[in-house]
Write a protein that binds this ligand. Structure first.
Ligand code: XUL
Ligand code: CO
Length: 438
């Protein structure tokens, strides 16, 4: 079959000295690193929306490429799109994909018609997944694109909108479960507000949590045993997104008793929009037992919005993979490229170059993170930095047996602190550089 990606060869690993731009330099899928194949460490996923649907539109111009796959009828186009998606995943050696309901099948005039269209495309995806040996990483519902969601979905001031979103999510859960997905994502979409002049924040948050409870209960009743994820993002499209960052989401999940079923899907560009590093958000999820999955991309430090660029920063991917390894690796989650080529990069080859760049950056990051752990200097430095908590008064603090009176007496006796040592940040940065580019 001739597809959109017909001109592309299968991308193979050729090692870091290759000059072939259509080859992997670091990603060698079946190579065993730290006890398991790279493909299992990294669990790369294709984002259906950016890769198969987005046509390069922005608010100043129409698309720079078309993604109708040679078909004018929307359902014929959706079928051709699916065929092309699997061809691309084969060529890039990507094992997983992520989708919104409206990415895979166009919305109909009614919810019933939309659902029927989804059933038809889900049949096709199921067949293609078997033939090509591909899996769903996670599914989700697009409850933000249609004008009915202009004031939100689960947080809409209009109960009819809430009910419609619930109907859409029910169907998206069924499809995800049917396709064997082990994850279901809630990204805020328009769940936020522009002004408190017209907003009852408490009611909106209560309603959003209720919708999530309904989703969990229903999904469990149809046998879904995977993870639910919230994907924090501080702003865009609304001024105040309710899922601002990892810490805000954790507080929300705990308040509403959702923390047993939900983990976090951390997106790099969302982290930086929130004023955090990607690593900070990953570490916050990890130390709270909520590390789930990753939307792999990067922003631009000069731009204040979600540019969703393919990740090419080797430091960022290294620190990300360090967090993934420290979290014990992915269980149900993986690395979803929630990323798009720039508007001016408008050919099928550009999509291949972009994925190769992103996959190699994470493959490099995995290799470098393993080197950092095996080297041990960073871990040892951190361990030593807190050594005062291993003995004497420090041990009492660590064991939480010290009293305030005892600590006061100790401090009075000390005079002043004479034991502070250097944090050695620049030395540690040099260690990292040497391990990355040795
Ligand atoms: C938007 C975003 C979404 C979610 C899925 O910024 O990241 O694509 O990942 O709805
Ligand atoms: Co995302």
């Amino acid at each position: 079959m001739k597809t959109y990606f017909s001109t592309l060869p299968k991308i193979e690993y050729e090692g870091k000295t290759t000059d072939n731009p259509l080859a992997f330099r670091y990603y060698n899928p079946d190579e065993i690193i730290a006890g398991k194949p790279m493909r299992e460490h990294l669990k790369f996923a294709m984002s259906y929306w950016h890769t198969m649907c987005a046509e390069g539109t922005d608010m100043f111009g129409v698309g720079t490429l078309t993604k109708n796959y040679g078909e004018s009828d929307p359902m014929a186009s959706a079928r051709a799109k699916a065929e092309c998606a699997f061809d691309l995943m084969d060529k890039l050696q990507i094992d997983y994909f992520c989708f919104h309901d409206r990415d895979i099948a166009p919305e109909g005039a009614t919810l019933a018609e939309s659902n029927a269209r989804l059933d038809e495309i889900t049949d096709l995806l199921e067949k293609l997944m078997k033939e090509h040996n591909k899996k769903v990483l996670w599914g989700t519902a697009n409850c933000f694109g249609n004008p009915r969601y202009m004031h939100g979905a689960g947080t809409a001031p209009n109960a009819d909108v809430f009910a419609f979103a619930a109907g859409q999510i029910k169907k998206a859960l069924e499809i995800t479960q049917r396709l064997g997905g082990k994850g279901y994502v809630f990204w805020g979409g328009r769940e936020g507000y522009e002004t408190l002049l017209n907003t009852d924040m408490a009611k909106e948050l209560d309603n959003m949590a209720y919708l999530m409870h309904l989703a969990v209960d229903y999904a469990r009743s149809i046998g879904f045993d995977g993870d639910f994820y919230i994907e924090p993002k501080p702003k865009e499209p609304t001024k105040h997104q309710y899922d601002f960052d990892a810490a805000t989401v954790l507080a929300f999940l705990r308040k509403y008793g959702l923390d047993k079923d939900f983990k976090l899907n951390i997106e790099a560009n969302h982290a930086t929009l929130a004023g955090h590093t990607f690593r900070h958000e990953l570490a916050t999820a990890r130390i709270n037992g909520a590390f789930g999955s990753i939307d792999a991309n990067q922003g631009d430090y000069l731009l204040g919005w979600d540019t969703d660029q393919f990740p090419t920063d080797y430091y960022e991917t290294t620190f990300c993979m360090l967090e993934v390894l420290r979290a014990g690796g992915f269980t149900n989650g993986g690395l979803n490229f929630d990323a798009k080529t720039r508007r001016g990069s408008n050919t099928p080859e550009d999509i291949a170059y972009a994925y190769i760049a992103g996959m190699d950056a994470f493959a490099f990051g995995l290799r470098a993170a393993v080197r950092i752990i095996e080297d041990g200097r960073l871990d040892k430095f951190v361990e030593d930095r807190y050594a005062s908590y291993n003995t004497g008064i420090g041990k009492k603090i660590a064991d939480q047996t010290a009293t305030l009176e005892e600590l006061s007496a100790y401090a009075l006796n000390m005079g002043d602190v004479k034991t502070n040592t250097s944090g050695r940040q620049e030395y540690l940065e040099t260690v990292v550089n040497r391990l990355l580019f040795c």
